[in-house]
Ligand binder design. Structure first.
Ligand code: HMG
Ligand code: MG
Length: 307
């Protein structure tokens, strides 16, 4: 039996990866309250929004307003996704106190997805990010990379670990400090996950990688467990399982934060997050969106409390 990590880090990406996919426009006040509730629940890392083109993702067009009005707790990392220099400049045109602590750049392990998502090739996307990461380094802003389609692509199908390693190497070259291995489509299974993770672990250290699993096929918590077995202890998840990627049709949201917390709590792995508050937040945002939460654990606990 491999020894599992004693502590794990959860990055709640619900406000960004989750809400970016909502058809109904969500007022900035709700997004701000969501981030504030996550902060209150003890999350140490929250992906707040993205500075992408409003023509491509209108839902995120209020990024600056949201960043300006969230209540920041010292020590918590508030990150934003940026697709290019224009996005970076927008993220840093406000007074310094409102800047993100971390930016997330993203590249795919599949050429076809790269074209659909950001309208350029993988290599072009890396070159596009080079000036972004250079500026972030000068400003002392942390740089995280999301490596999309690491376990499969909606357009191309299979993705080989070599392709994943190639993108990880290119990310390292431009100064990306941490890589999230992303199952954009949510088709991955544990052995596949381990192969993709291993490919990235040839390039990055254990504490520099995380798992970012969409839960389309219900495999995400199994994939989290597979990563724990490798010693990986950082995961992106979405409160209430919000979301999906607008350019991965049919893919559902990230694995629900409540489900990952339930798994980690059951394994005795510490996160510093208040499970009850996380569940309440998931139920609250789902109520606002007018649907049931996509969290098995969150819904089960809520039903039990109501009984
Ligand atoms: P493009 O059309 O090739 O770029 O889009 P462009 O440079 O020709 O710009 C087009 C227009 O957008 C111009 O405006 C620009 O000014 C504007 P116009 O002159 O037509 O009025 N523009 C911007 N405006 C605001 N902020 C910006 C920005 N950039 C350009 N940053 C581009 C290229 C990358 C901009 C576009 O494709 C884009 O924004 N894509 C974002 C796609 C996206 O957000 N996808 C979802 C996030 S990724 C994800 O969810 C995956 C992840 O979760 C991991 C996983 O699960 O795999 C991270
Ligand atoms: Mg995602």
């Amino acid at each position: 039996m491999p020894t599992l990590p004693q502590r794990a880090q959860i990055v709640d990406v619900g406000p960004r990866d989750g809400l970016q996919n909502e058809k109904q426009m969500i007022p900035a006040e709700i997004k701000i309250e969501l981030v504030d509730r996550l902060t209150d629940a003890g999350f140490g890392h929250i992906e707040v929004t993205s500075y992408v083109s409003p023509k491509w993702v209108p839902q995120m067009s209020d990024a600056a307003d949201v960043m300006a009005r969230i209540r920041r707790k010292p020590g918590v990392v508030y990150s934003v996704l940026v697709p290019n220099t224009q996005g970076y400049l927008k993220a840093t045109e406000s007074p310094r106190a409102l800047w993100p602590d971390e930016i997330v750049v993203f590249a795919a392990a599949s050429e076809a997805f790269s074209q659909k998502n950001i309208n350029c090739s993988i290599d072009e996307s890396i070159e596009r990010f080079r000036p972004v990461t250079e500026q972030a380094q000068q400003h002392g802003i942390r740089i995280r990379g999301a490596l999309s389609c690491a376990l499969g692509c909606p357009y191309q199908g299979e993705v080989e670990p070599d392709a994943v390693a190639h993108v990880a190497r290119r990310m390292k070259e431009i100064g990306v400090q941490h890589v999230g291995v992303a199952d954009t489509l949510g088709t991955g299974t544990p052995e596949k996950t381990k192969r993709a993770m291993d490919a990235v672990l040839n390039v990055y250290e254990l504490d520099e990688v995380s798992g970012h699993f969409h839960d389309t096929y219900g495999m995400a918590t199994a994939n989290v467990y597979a990563c724990l077995e490798l010693g990986v202890a950082s995961f992106d998840s979405s409160i209430a399982g919000l979301g999906g990627c607008p350019y991965a049709k049919g893919a559902t949201g990230n694995v629900a934060t409540e489900d990952v917390l339930y798994l980690l709590n059951g394994l005795g792995i510490e996160t510093g997050i208040d499970f009850a508050k996380a569940v309440a937040t998931g139920q609250w945002i789902s109520g606002i969106l007018g649907r049931k939460a996509h969290s098995r654990a969150g819904n089960a606990v809520t039903a039990k409390l109501a009984a």
